[in-house]
Design a protein around this ligand. Sequence first.
Ligand code: AR6
Length: 174
Amino acid sequence: MNRKIEIIHGDITKIPVDIIVNAANSSLLGGSGVDGAIHRMGGKEILNACQKIRAKQGGCKVGEAVITTAGNLPAKYVIHTVGPRWNGGNNHETDNLKNCYLNSFIVANNNGATSISFPNISTGIYNFPKNQAASIALETITDSLYLYHNIQKVNIVCFEIENYLIYKELIESL
Ligand code: AR6
């Protein structure tokens, strides 16, 4: 078990940290779930910044990550990453989900962040099986901590108790 990783049951918009990761969609224009909460609590500055990125590069592809201001959130930045929709499991879902965590880590590290909070990307509306998503997330985060040394603290913020219990069991077995 890596002592830099903490599993938290709570709302990602309420926890002070350098970087809050958002489970966005390719449009970057907001949505429901954690994306809705981040835009609602962060305010219009985040949407304005997303619109500038859209104008420049036309949104964000699945597995990639872009960075904006965190507006009114208790963070320095928000990293928006786009998780895969679960589509049976043979459509690059695993690699795409891994890339969300990895690319968020790289962008966070490049921007001098020392702490980062992740939601359980793709496990809501995008329907990724929760156990599988948790294994992929923990493995990728653990590997990334060895590669990107700026990051000293990773919060995995589980909104649902089901995900929290999955992560707790998984992390204790490592
Ligand atoms: N804090 C932490 N986690 C949260 C919060 C919160 N405030 N609210 C929800 N979650 P989802 P996805 C959890 O559906 O599956 C959006 O419309 C939630 O319980 O937010 O990646 C986007 O615009 C779940 O465990 O994201 C996309 O269109 C996790 O966050 C689409 O949904 C992810 O659920 C992305 O779907």
